[in-house]
Write a protein that binds this ligand. Sequence first.
Ligand SMILES: Nc1nc2c(ncn2[C@@H]2O[C@H](COP(=O)(O)OP(=O)(O)OP(=O)(O)O)[C@@H](O)[C@H]2O)c(=O)[nH]1
Ligand SMILES: [Mg+2]
Length: 257
Amino acid sequence: MTPSPRTLVVIPTFNERENLRDVIDHVLGTVPAAHILVVDDNSPDGTGVLADQLSRAEARLRVLHRPVKDGLGSAYVAAFAWALDEGYERIVQLDADGSHRPEHLPGMLRRLGTADLVIGSRWVPGGGTVGWPKWRQRLSRGGSAYARRMLALPVRDVTGGYRAFRASALRSIHLESVHSHGYCFQIDVLARAHEAGLRIAEVPIVFEERHHGVSKMSPAIVAEAMLRVTVWGLQAAFRPRPHPNQAYGASLPARRR
Ligand SMILES: Nc1nc2c(ncn2[C@@H]2O[C@H](COP(=O)(O)OP(=O)(O)OP(=O)(O)O)[C@@H](O)[C@H]2O)c(=O)[nH]1
Ligand SMILES: [Mg+2]
């Protein structure tokens, strides 16, 4: 891969000490020209300390420290703002836990040549999950189907967190007004991208169950996504929407983590 356009892979972490080294090595081994930004929320298990240690030996690795756990959505908002300030042209989001195989990165980045946003998709032909029980698959597929219908999104995997953006796409979706967390963050960003008329593509990925550690997924995160998607869908159905990127986040229930 050539060094240009400049690519940043953002990896949010909360208690991912056991996974961190592997994911960093694997990403840099697969896309050597990329840089990585780890966004750590003062993980009690010392993930942030390990990230600093690794970054001292690896110039392509940067670390953004936040003082307290503030949710996946706000971690990405902070990271994307940093990436745009630094002038990166392609920005990828990728979980630290081993679920998002770096092998898919070259294909996703290639697809970004003719798209503004590329989604690593479990629910298109060729995609899928490994190690997930049936109930997780049903929850994920069902959640995607519900959000797709409510918000008229032309995408099969609406909640997936493995994505690649052009910098111009991130600039056009007004990140400063995104206040969603968890899965809802993924849906919110996607809905904004769709309303802004961006070209959205799905590339099949195989998603693996996390390698080590504990999921931060909770009933509150699922409830936040369901509630907000329902409100947004009803808003869209019953009144003309203001400017697309101001509609989301307006008059919504209080933030939940
Ligand atoms: N900085 C930061 N990272 C977070 C936070 N919550 C989750 N993460 C990270 O975001 C990524 C996704 O979180 P997971 O707990 O794996 O959630 P998930 O992938 O939706 O759920 P599982 O499939 O059960 O793993 C992981 O790399 C987490 O460490 C947070 O509040 N702050
Ligand atoms: Mg995960």
